[in-house]
Design a protein around this ligand. Structure first.
Ligand SMILES: [Zn+2]
Length: 160
């Protein structure tokens, strides 16, 4: 059994923290866990969010609280350390990347030649709109348009 989507962002980049996930996985009889970080955790990805921060004061505040806590090299260092351990469950390490169609080249550049086991594309913004934060943000939005654009972006993401 696999748990394929576990964020590690609530702890430090230490083996002690990773081992808590390993222990839980053993307890729950998982064979494999896939640990991942949101790309906005990393300083290097912050420029990708300029337009969504400019689009909304709420998103700008959220971003200032959450983003840029680490450098990618710190995460890669943790991954390397964890791979040297003999854990009783298989661990894969990945990155959850906010998909912005116009940033494909940037994303490719940021992720090439890195030792991630997997990359996961997610759509968290549609035309700059952060649709999954608060219900009241939908007031005055055209729901059909947002959904249509969400599916268009999903199709172009899937083609990558
Ligand atoms: Zn996630």
């Amino acid at each position: 059994m696999i748990d394929g989507h576990i964020h590690i962002e609530r702890g430090d980049y230490t083996l002690e923290w990773i081992e808590q996930f390993v222990n839980k996985a053993v307890e729950m009889e998982f064979d494999e866990i896939r640990l991942l970080e949101h790309c906005y955790i990393f300083e290097e990805f912050m420029p990708m969010y300029d337009s969504v921060c400019a689009h909304s004061e709420y998103v700008d505040d959220w971003f200032r609280r959450k983003a840029g806590k680490h450098r990618i090299s710190e995460y890669l260092g943790l991954i390397e350390e964890a791979r040297e351990q003999k854990y009783p469950v298989k661990i894969k390490f990945g990155l959850e990347i906010c998909y912005f169609k116009e940033r494909e080249a940037f994303i490719r550049e940021m992720t090439k030649d890195k030792e991630f086991d997997f990359l996961l594309g997610s759509i968290h913004f549609v035309d700059g709109f952060a649709f999954d934060h608060k219900p009241e943000h939908w007031i005055g939005m055209d729901v059909d348009t947002i959904y249509r654009r969400y599916f268009e972006d999903s199709v172009s993401l899937a083609k990558k």
